[in-house]
Write a new protein. Structure first.
Length: 246
């Protein structure tokens, strides 16, 4: 069943108010009626079974019939640091990583990034990517919405390594552990980070900086993959190994 995301403040005691784009979707696209039941999620591991008690052009009012909490996840949270990619490729990585269960996504600026963001575009771009992540999480019927963080320098991301249990950098050339066998944490308190380079790859300095911060170089084999392909393959392998896929 589809679960539509709302924000926790839209639930007051046993009533729910929905306005804006979700109201439009429920009223005009899905033609929801009074008396029908819908499922809502607040993106923070809670779900509500709601009966519609009123719906018009301005607002949908609902009554909470049932509350559910996300079953406790037994897996580490996965963070993807993705160097900015041109055009829709970045949207695509955010969408696929969100469907596959990533907990957070951090767009990175590195030396070989082709599509450098203009300062005045950073916030609208982050908001747009957050919408893509929300829609992908809704489509995947996830309990949580991945957080798309503000774009930052790759070296800043590397320096944050200590907040993660294991930090990996996808390194297309040279040595590296296989992603299928590198040691990973177990249990929900673990946090795994992986950095994926831009179309032009990491510079030697960036790679060295990541290793000095405690990142481990990992390889996907000898084929040189497009960045978006590498991101999808890496997230799939990691999520499978962490017990979150298949
Ligand atoms: N311009 C680079 C070169 O020719 O060396 C290739 C960069 S590749 C297109 C883009 C990114 O995808 C890389 O920075 C890396 O993060 C990842 N990647 C691609 N193939 C990979 C592989 N076989 N192993 C690990 N990472 C890979």
């Amino acid at each position: 069943m589809p679960v539509f995301f709302i924000t926790a403040d839209q639930v007051q005691d046993d009533t729910v108010r929905i306005e804006g784009p979700l109201l439009h979707h429920l009223r005009n696209s899905l033609r929801c009626q009074v008396g029908e039941e819908i499922w809502l999620g607040d993106g923070a591991r809670r779900r509500y079974r709601v009966q519609i008690v009123g719906i018009n052009r301005r607002v949908l009012s609902g009554r909470v019939l049932e509350r559910q909490r996300m079953p406790s996840s037994g897996s580490p949270a996965l963070t993807i640091g993705q160097a900015l990619l041109k055009g829709e490729r970045m949207d695509w990585v955010i969408q696929k990583a969100s469907e596959l269960g990533a907990a957070s996504l951090i767009p990175l600026v590195s030396r070989h990034v082709i599509a450098r963001p203009r300062a005045d575009r950073l916030v609208p771009q982050q908001q747009r990517w957050q919408r893509i992540a929300l829609e992908a999480a809704q489509q995947a019927e996830r309990w949580e919405v991945p957080v798309v963080h503000a774009t930052c320098e790759a070296t800043e991301f590397f320096a944050e390594q200590p907040i993660h249990t294991v930090s990996l950098i996808l390194s297309e050339r040279g040595d590296g552990h296989s992603l299928t066998s590198v040691a990973l944490p177990r249990g929900p308190e673990g946090r795994v980070a992986i950095a994926v380079g831009p179309e032009g790859g990491w510079t030697e300095e960036e790679r060295r900086s990541a290793l000095q911060c405690g990142f481990k170089p990992v390889t996907l084999g000898t084929r040189i993959l497009r960045a978006e392909t590498a991101a999808l393959a890496a997230v799939s392998i990691l999520q499978s190994r962490l017990g979150e896929l298949g």
